[in-house]
Design a protein around this ligand. Sequence first.
Ligand code: NAP
Length: 218
Amino acid sequence: MPRGKPKIAIFGGTGDLGSALAKKWAKKGYGIIIGSRSKEKATRIARSMRKELDVKSIEGFELAEAAKLCDLGVITVPYISHATTLKAVKKFMQGKILVDTTVPFQKEVTKVSLPKAGSAAIEAQNILGGGVTVIAALQNIGSHLLSSEDSIDAEVLISGNDEEAVNLVTKLIEDLGLRSWHAGPLENSAAAEAVTSILIAINKKYKRKSSGIKITSH
Ligand SMILES: NC(=O)c1ccc[n+]([C@@H]2O[C@H](COP(=O)([O-])OP(=O)(O)OC[C@H]3O[C@@H](n4cnc5c(N)ncnc54)[C@H](OP(=O)(O)O)[C@@H]3O)[C@@H](O)[C@H]2O)c1
């Protein structure tokens, strides 16, 4: 990991959550690589972001190339493509950190549904192997909130086993304008992934646009 700001590849950076993260981090001075299944799509979106933000530090590449060029990766693809995307970047993510934002939704998004392994993030760790440090975060923050300049009245749970990696992800999340909590080992990502279905159920029932969570203490 470099001493300065890491170069971040966002696998799925062409989509809703990934592009919101890309723009926020680019504005904070991080080098961003948009990773896509299509190099053409990645370069087009990266060009449009550079123009919109008037920055030079956003590039676009196909998934494996994006993994090769980054210091740290973030995965923001639908659960249906989670395993395929991870397999595409596995070789070049060895020795690096992978931040997993995935909620493993099935058909009913208001119903908690977790994979047999325990969580999407545990599945990611199993696919990538011990050479990659998987940290789970950001499952409970809507992309529409991140793409706005308004402050966000919610907090982020980070699950992961490596203290140094958790500290780095904490800093990345702080640079999104969000407070986060280290919520324990990677297994605890199951709870954060499950909470998203609860928040969507609350949004539906109480006609809220974006409910969120905050940790209280006395
Ligand atoms: N959106 C949110 O508010 C939010 C909040 C918290 C967590 N998350 C999690 O973040 C992940 C991404 O959510 P999103 O809403 O940003 O997704 P999205 O916009 O629908 O898709 C993100 C990107 O994933 C790639 N992709 C790969 N396989 C795909 C497929 N089968 N169908 C569609 N796109 C595919 C596409 O990139 P290329 O075509 O360029 O490859 C697409 O631009 C999900 O796992 C979700 O649970 C989302």
